[in-house]
Design a protein around this ligand. Structure first.
Ligand code: TMP
Length: 218
C-alpha cells in the first residue's frame, strides 16, 4: 500500500490554521482520500496531557529548555502512536504545527540554539519530515487581535485558557514571524508561504491549489 502524505500547517498566533486545516481535510475527503487531522502539541493521549502543561499557566512556567523537552516528549509520542501508523495505512495526515514551530518559537523566539533543536529532532524523530508545509503569514498585530477575538467568542467553552504563548510579548511574536519566513526561504522545496491576510475563501483557494499542484490531484 502507498504511504499517505504528511502535510503540516504552520504560522503565528491567529493566522487561521485550524479553520483552513479543517477545510482542506473536507476537500481531500471529497477527493476520496482518507484524512486524519491532528495537532501539536498533542495528537495522542499522552501528548494531549503534555499540551496542557505547555499552553496553560503563567508565561514563566517553563524555561526555554524545559519547554523544548516537553514539546519533544509530546512529539515522540504523537509521531509513533498517531502519525506513522496512519501514514502506513495510506491515510493523509494534516497536522496543525510540527517541528517548524519548534524552530520558530523555541529557536528564533526564545533563542535556543538551532543546532540543539535539530540534534533533538534527529534523536527523537530521525529524518522524518513533512511532505509539504503550508506557512500561513499575517502581520503580528492582526494575528494577535484575531486570536484575542476568538478567545472572547469561545471563552464560555474553554476549560483552561490555552493562551500561554499568546501572552508573550510583541517582540517575541515578531521574532517568530521572521523566523518562519527564514525557514520557508531555506526549505523552499518543502514549504510554501500563503498570504493569510486575505478573506477565508481566498486563503483556502490558495491552499487547495498548492496542495493539488504538489500532489498532482485532479
Ligand atoms: P496552537 O495555539 O496553534 O494550538 O499551538 C499551541 C501553542 O504551542 C502555540 O502558541 C505555539 C506553541 N508551540 C511552540 O511553541 N512550539 C512548538 O513546537 C509547537 C508545536 C507549538
Amino acid at each position: 500500500m502507498e504511504e499517505g502524505k504528511f502535510i503540516t500547517f504552520e504560522g503565528g498566533e491567529g493566522v487561521g490554521k485550524s479553520t483552513q486545516l479543517a477545510r482542506l481535510a473536507k476537500a481531500l475527503s471529497a477527493h476520496g482520500i482518507d484524512v486524519l487531522p491532528t495537532r501539536e502539541p498533542g495528537g495522542s493521549a499522552g501528548a494531549e496531557q503534555i499540551r496542557d502543561l505547555l499552553v496553560t499557566g503563567v508565561v514563566e512556567r517553563w524555561t526555554p529548555i524545559s519547554e523544548l523537552l516537553l514539546l519533544f516528549a509530546a512529539r515522540a509520542d504523537h509521531v509513533e502512536k498517531t502519525i506513522k501508523p496512519a501514514l502506513s495505512c495510506g491515510t493523509w495526515v494534516l497536522c496543525d504545527r510540527f517541528s517548524d514551530s519548534t524552530l520558530a518559537y523555541q529557536g528564533y523566539g526564545h533563542g535556543v540554539r538551532l543546532e540543539v533543536i535539530s540534534q533533538l529532532h534527529d534523536l527523537v524523530v530521525g529524518k522524518f519530515q513533512p511532505d509539504f508545509t503550508l506557512y500561513l503569514d499575517i502581520n503580528v498585530d492582526d494575528g494577535l487581535r484575531r486570536a484575542n477575538n476568538r478567545k472572547r467568542l469561545s471563552s464560555h467553552e474553554l476549560v483552561g485558557e490555552e493562551d500561554r504563548f499568546e501572552r508573550m510579548n510583541l517582540p517575541f511574536h515578531e521574532k517568530i514571524r521572521n523566523g518562519f519566513k527564514k525557514i520557508v526561504d531555506e526549505n523552499s522545496d518543502r514549504c510554501i508561504l500563503i498570504d493569510a491576510s486575505k478573506d477565508e475563501n481566498c486563503v483556502f483557494d490558495a491552499i487547495f491549489q498548492a496542495v493539488k499542484g504538489r500532489f498532482s490531484l485532479a
